[in-house]
Design a protein around this ligand. Structure first.
Ligand SMILES: Cc1cc2nc3c(=O)[nH]c(=O)nc-3n(C[C@H](O)[C@H](O)[C@H](O)COP(=O)(O)O)c2cc1C
Ligand code: SF4
Length: 486
């Protein structure tokens, strides 16, 4: 038994709702819980985005698979995943997965991505992915109505690896992360290069519109370029300095997308707070990599671990004014602080044991989401980071919606393990505990070790693949203190 399992109460061991509530009290946290039996009704409440009716309050979060082809086009594995997104019955498919707007912005050689001259992802590829979502919906008895489909647009910035090797293009020279990403001052994107990049976002949005997507998500989270720009206080010139400068690139992208594809809605996935980079301490538990003040975190209070949403609220006001309609709230970066945005009982192979009970991280993310949703009712706000809740996910998801903590409950890792869970909850069917995501992190460990992502432990399709044995070996190697894989 791992130390993480010894130290933290496993949620599936809590016998009933009162035990869960008592556990929250023990931890000194709170989470909204819907009335027992009300989950399906609350989450089945329809809503509208302009003239579009949306059937329910579930959103499938973007989940990439490190499984596109070398040109950035979908493979059968990608198509299977998107079909399963459709099988969720969710009213919103938020982004599908991160798609690079330009080859130098790909996070890995198997990320989907556009390329000049139509050499990468094409409109017909996107239309085929949309068709997979609709086919998945048909499999569970649903038509195309009542659903919004978005495409997540990204440039991976500091974490770009289009050929597999680090090839960072950064927002600014970072005192800690430059060394981690192999970055030098020469790879900071110039103002002219950023100006040029805006057109790539607009072209990608036009492709999404032409393929029948309803919105695009300008990804501003998880340490990638747009998120890094939001923290670029030390960057001189128009794209750094004060918040107006740091938000300028994002707002110009939004304006360019709206000008190029006026009928497309625009969303932003935002890391609403960040913390100092963490690394494994002597016993493998995550500890701050840097002591003392940490002024670089967007949404941070300068201490490295605390939150200050003043600038985040201001950014939300700017986003609303620029016509952004949808906001998906996440936090931090999986490269520097995975515990804050994907709370897990079992860390990925290159990670660390959670510094505190992962349920505290869920509660913090939910609290921040609620603060933003209540202050900015013009935005359709989506909550993230809920898969750790397992048996308690339906009740908390419905609690979040019922209390206005968010308009929609996001479903990320769980969709790889158990895509039909949202549909089961909506129909009032009991959830299948054998299929609930148990946050084993294999879907992250596999790509960290050079393999395609997928729910190896719980999805028989991935368990039957040869990578399953290689992944188990890589994890054993890791435990034995040797580095496994890339
Ligand atoms: C394998 C994997 C792939 C992911 N891919 C993306 C992605 O493409 N874009 C993105 O914004 N977040 C991505 N995420 C983060 C999820 O969307 C989500 O924020 C996170 O898993 C927490 O939500 P959950 O608790 O429901 O899993 C990914 C996470 C995992 C584990
Ligand atoms: S591998 Fe499966 S069970 Fe593990 S975190 Fe990913 S989706 Fe959840």
């Amino acid at each position: 038994m791992s130390a993480a399992r010894r130290r933290f109460t496993q949620l599936k061991r809590l016998a009933d709702r009162s035990a869960f509530v008592a556990h929250l009290e023990d931890l000194g946290i709170s989470l909204p819980l819907a009335d027992e039996g009300a989950e399906g009704v609350v989450l089945g409440d329809p809503w509208r985005l302009g003239d579009r009716a949306v059937a329910n309050r579930w959103a499938v979060l973007p989940m990439e698979g490190w499984d596109g082809d070398p040109d950035g086009r979908p493979t059968d594995l990608v198509r299977r995943r998107w079909r399963r997104f459709g099988r969720s019955s969710a009213g919103v498919i938020w982004g599908g997965e991160a798609v690079a707007v330009r080859p130098d912005g790909r996070a890995n050689p198997r990320q989907l991505g556009f390329a000049p001259g139509g050499m990468g992802l094409r409109v017909d590829d996107l239309a085929a992915l949309r068709a997979e979502v609709l086919a998945g919906r048909r499999e569970v008895g649903l038509g195309p109505q009542g659903m919004l489909l978005g495409l997540q647009l990204t440039h991976s910035g500091r974490w770009a690896r289009p050929e597999g090797r680090p090839a960072p293009r950064t927002a600014w020279s970072h005192p800690v992360l430059d060394a981690r990403a192999g970055a030098t001052p020469e790879v900071v994107l110039s103002d002219a290069e950023l100006d040029d990049l805006i057109g790539a976002y607009a072209a990608a949005a036009v492709a999404a519109r032409d393929a029948g997507f309803d919105f695009v998500d300008v990804k501003a989270c998880h340490g990638y370029l747009v998120h890094e720009l939001l923290g670029a206080r030390d960057r001189p010139g128009p794209y750094g300095g004060d918040l107006a400068g740091r938000a300028r690139f994002l707002l110009r992208v939004v304006a360019a997308v709206r000008a190029a594809a006026a009928d497309l809605a625009v969303g932003v996935r935002l890391s609403a707070f960040d913390v100092v980079p963490h690394c494994p301490g002597p016993d493998g538990t995550g500890v701050p990599e840097v002591d003392g003040p940490w002024p670089y975190a967007f949404g941070g209070d300068g201490t490295g671990t605390g939150i200050d949403l003043t600038e985040v609220h201001e950014l939300c006001r700017l986003l609303v004014a620029s016509g952004v309609r949808l906001l998906c709230v996440t936090a931090g970066s999986p490269y520097t602080c995975p515990h804050v945005q994907r709370p897990a009982a079992f860390p990925p192979s290159d990670g660390y044991r959670p510094p505190r009970d992962p349920l505290c991280e869920v509660a913090r993310l939910v609290e921040v989401t609620g603060a933003l949703a209540r202050a900015h009712p013009q935005l359709v706000v989506v909550a993230s980071g809920l898969s750790y809740l397992q048996e308690w996910l339906p009740a908390v998801a419905a609690g979040i919606v019922a209390t206005g903590t968010a308009m929609l409950a996001g479903y990320g890792r769980g969709v790889l393990a158990y895509p039909e869970l949202p549909g089961d909850v909506l129909a009032g069917r009991p959830c299948d505990p054998r299929r609930l995501c148990r946050t084993f992190s294999d879907c992250t460990s596999a790509p960290r070790n050079g393999m395609v992502s997928g729910c190896y432990p719980l999805d028989p399709f991935y368990r039957a693949r040869p990578e399953w044995a290689r992944l188990a070996q890589a994890k054993r190697d890791r435990r034995a203190g040797r580095e496994g894989g890339s």
